[in-house]
Design a protein around this ligand. Structure first.
Ligand SMILES: C[S@@+](CC[C@H](N)C(=O)[O-])C[C@H]1O[C@@H](n2cnc3c(N)ncnc32)[C@H](O)[C@@H]1O
Length: 245
């Protein structure tokens, strides 16, 4: 994966603007023309007290050496670092990593999930927060990466990953998109999206949102299984994933 140029680093640009105290929202454009604007970057700076309760609950499962995949502005990494954990935050966005460092994260590195490169048994817990199970991208890519994550983690390693149940929606545009995806042989919640911020337009990428059943299917044969689901009562949930062997 080629390093992101500043004009392609839309996630980073919005995080940087927010860090400087400027007005910043996040626009996600889907490849069927559907746009969604959110508070995005502001949410990436929330303090522990203001997180979704399921994220606070998820932090109770973390152990020892932690890798925060797609760490954004570093809210989870910084919280865990302050609790005394050994944390490394990685993100494909150079600007996001710059912000993490400026905010005091001691270990932060530009590294896309596609290029994870760590020795066996380097981490005890991998966290993928803010719907970052999505970074697995597709059924096949998820399985490939999960096998790699298996090697990088200790015997009792965990993945704590947040996502949204694709099917908990009645928005016609989304239901139509699911159908279109299935017709193309893609998973219903395999969203082809790009981030826009001001004049900056990010690259297209696949972001995967899955039901619990689909997550179980993805995990089969990768050496991982769901240990526990932390449910929000709406579409968002966090899976605590452990090793099968
Ligand atoms: C939705 S934000 C979540 C940020 C953070 N985990 C949180 O919950 O506040 C997604 C983050 O993943 C990063 N990202 C996107 N694609 C990535 C990739 N291929 N590898 C690593 N990080 C990626 C983005 O730059 C962004 O910081």
């Amino acid at each position: 994966m080629k390093k992101l140029k500043p004009e392609e680093d839309a996630f980073g640009q919005e995080i940087w603007a927010c860090y400087k105290g400027e007005e910043a929202s996040e626009v996600v454009e889907r490849d069927d023309g559907y746009f969604n604007a959110s508070l995005g970057p502001r949410l990436y700076f929330l303090e522990y007290e203001d997180w979704n309760p399921i994220e606070r609950k998820a932090m109770e499962f973390v152990k020892r050496r932690i890798l925060d995949i797609g760490c954004g502005a570093g809210r989870h990494s910084l919280y865990l670092q302050n609790k005394g954990f050994d944390v490394l935050g990685i993100d494909s966005s150079p600007l996001a990593i710059k912000v993490c460092k400026l905010r005091g994260l001691k270990k932060a590195r530009v590294m896309p999930i596609e290029e994870l490169n760590f020795k066996p048994d380097s981490f005890d817990t991998l966290i993928m927060m803010g719907s970052n199970f999505g970074l697995f991208g597709s059924f096949e890519k998820a399985r490939r990466l999960l096998k790699k994550l298996h090697k990088m983690t200790s015997r009792n390693g965990l993945i704590i990953a947040s996502t949204r149940d694709t099917y908990k929606t009645d928005i016609a545009d989304h239901l139509e998109y699911h159908k279109r995806n299935r017709e193309k042989g893609r998973m219903a919640g395999q969203l082809r999206v790009r981030i826009r911020f001001r004049k900056c337009v990010g690259r297209w990428f696949d972001y995967l949102i899955v039901s619990k059943k689909e997550m179980e299917e993805i995990l089969k044969g990768t050496g991982w299984k769901i240990r526990e689901i932390i449910d929000s009562g709406n579409s968002a949930y966090i899976a605590v994933i452990q090793k099968t062997q």
